[in-house]
Design a protein around this ligand. Sequence first.
Ligand SMILES: CC(C)(COP(=O)(O)OP(=O)(O)OC[C@H]1O[C@@H](n2cnc3c(N)ncnc32)[C@H](O)[C@@H]1OP(=O)(O)O)[C@@H](O)C(=O)NCCC(=O)NCCS
Length: 216
Amino acid sequence: MPFHMMRSFAFHFSRRVVKNSVSKQYLGLCAYVNANCIFDIDRSARIEFNNNGFLVLGTERSSFRGWVGPSKLYMRENSKLIFNGYTQIGGGSLVWVLENGRIEFGGGGFTAGKSIIIAKESVKIGNNCQIAWGVTISDHDFHRTFTEGVQNLETAPVEIGDGVWIGMNATILKGVRVGERAIIGAGSVVTKDVPAFSMVVGSPAKIVKNNVEFYG
Ligand SMILES: CC(C)(COP(=O)(O)OP(=O)(O)OC[C@H]1O[C@@H](n2cnc3c(N)ncnc32)[C@H](O)[C@@H]1OP(=O)(O)O)[C@@H](O)C(=O)NCCC(=O)NCCS
């Protein structure tokens, strides 16, 4: 049996996987897992599949297959990863759910290669989001900062609305909520909420257009 098939079977039957409703995409399994994926998942962590959820991990929908390297899924104590539909996470990506953290993916979207998604508290990604390669989304700073002795916020939930398009190498930082169908320009650093149907670019990202639409 090919190695990717063995890994997908092992993933499907893992005690850490909770299948509330599974699609019949790939041999009736809940995931297609590329052979080179790296897993470090605590016993208490749970991966939940709802609404015919299906995960494609470690492949690339475009021609980047090959150069992106293995995808990594790290889950610490009592962390949760939830798939509410078909989700593709490209090769070379890192999904890292810290202790008690939670990451939730809506259906129909994709995250291209070499992206990083980290949650210490909560990262929620809506339906049909297109996340380009090299994007980082993190709800946590990993270091504490102080202003005149008072600690600043180190962690705050991130929420990406339905149909959002995040351009290549953009970074979404803690506490940001991105509204429905917003567009985030390549290389932007998003530090504040983004209104629905707006386009933001730059570092820190600022609105350059409103009432935008995109297709494809
Ligand atoms: C966001 C984007 C789609 C906007 O395209 P657009 O609607 O044609 O925007 P414009 O070129 O009219 O730019 C509007 C303004 O924002 C600036 N701008 C656009 N993208 C920018 C970016 N990524 N960073 C900084 N400034 C940017 C432009 O210079 C322009 O500024 P000005 O009004 O002072 O001249 C495009 O710039 C982009 O980032 N493309 C990359 C998409 C991508 O990552 N695709 C990967 C595959 S999913």
